[in-house]
Design a protein around this ligand. Structure first.
Ligand SMILES: *[C@@H]1O[C@H](CO)[C@@H](O)[C@H](O)[C@H]1NC(C)=O
Ligand SMILES: *[C@@H]1O[C@H](CO)[C@@H](O)[C@H](O)[C@H]1NC(C)=O
Ligand SMILES: *[C@@H]1O[C@H](CO)[C@@H](O)[C@H](O)[C@H]1NC(C)=O
Length: 265
């Protein structure tokens, strides 16, 4: 039997249809914009011998003990978690895959999972930097978002062990016994990190020396990178995902020219 839909039902149907059209046209616009700016998996610096600008590599840390356990989210997460065993393996794989790159300077956030990742991936001195920590969905209190709050530097050294600790250099953020809180390290902000970075003599010397051949790396965090560095075409960075972008003064966020340089399988 054919059922005639009532006027009010027809109203609902056309409202639903309108919503579907609206949503799909939004998705279509988004897809168009995203396909114009496609994710290229082979960054310039791997294919051309004469880069036009220095390179900034920025990456999310490898899997942490919080990422490795579904129940360690928000309140139930560990404060300043170290890498999980799987995270250590991810960082080692990335180290092998990126071993042909010459990285001139490595920065890390002041949180252990980033510091450990930087040490394992680059095997060189790691400068702990301000403004590069994690942003939380659950507010800025350490109780609700333990993963955004760092232990003291002495506690971090004890937990990371001598080998990783020996690679860390805290000279740009108040020294080995300096404070790791927001007042000393600044609240996370990539724009602030970038303007701080340009002010560093170390960075200026490398750029004078190497010009467009210089490569600087930053190991940071998923939300900070997703919300500030990447535009809306990008999804949340996976553990150990590495991006590259030309390093230019006055770079605006979100970054316009981003390639994926490495993804863990
Ligand atoms: C940290 O880096 C600075 C600047 O490069 C250097 O002078 C200092 O010796 C380093 N400190 C340690 C403990 O390696
Ligand atoms: C960088 O240096 C300029 C000029 O000295 C200063 O105004 C600015 O506050 C510095 N930025 C950061 C983030 O340190
Ligand atoms: C950059 O690398 C190219 C190719 O190796 C080299 O010819 C050029 O001199 C280098 N530039 C600087 C400033 O070191």
């Amino acid at each position: 039997m054919l059922v005639q839909s009532s006027p009010s039902r027809r109203g609902c149907v056309s409202l639903a249809a309108a919503i579907v059209v609206l949503l799909s046209s939004r998705t279509a616009t988004q897809q168009l914009r995203c396909s114009i700016r496609t994710r290229r998996h082979t960054p310039d610096f791997l294919t051309t011998s004469l880069p036009r600008a220095p390179t900034l590599l920025f990456m999310r840390h490898a899997q942490s003990s919080n990422n490795g356990h579904w129940y360690r989210k928000g309140i139930l997460g560990l404060r300043d978690p170290p890498l999980s065993a799987a995270g250590v393996q991810q960082a080692r794989r990335a180290a092998r895959a990126l071993s042909h790159l010459h990285v001139d300077l490595v920065f890390s956030s002041h949180l252990q999972r980033a510091m450990q990742t930087a040490a394992l991936v680059f095997g060189t001195r790691v400068y702990v930097a301000p403004y590069a920590g994690e942003l939380a969905r659950t507010g800025t209190s350490c109780f609700f978002s333990p993963g955004i709050c760092a232990h003291t530097r002495a506690a971090q050294r004890a937990e990371m062990g001598d080998v990783v600790s020996a690679q860390m250099n805290w000279s740009l953020v108040g020294g080995e016994d300096g404070r790791n809180d927001d007042a000393a390290m600044g609240p996370p902000s990539l724009q602030h990190f970038l303007s701080w970075m340009w002010n560093q003599t170390l960075v200026q010397n490398i750029l004078m020396d190497k010009g467009a051949n210089a490569t600087i790396a930053l190991v940071s965090h998923g939300n900070l990178l997703e919300w500030e560095a990447l535009d809306f075409c990008w999804s949340h960075p996976t553990n150990m995902e590495v991006y590259s972008t030309p390093l230019m003064k006055g770079m605006r966020l979100p970054l316009k020219d981003v390639n994926v340089a490495y993804e863990d399988d």
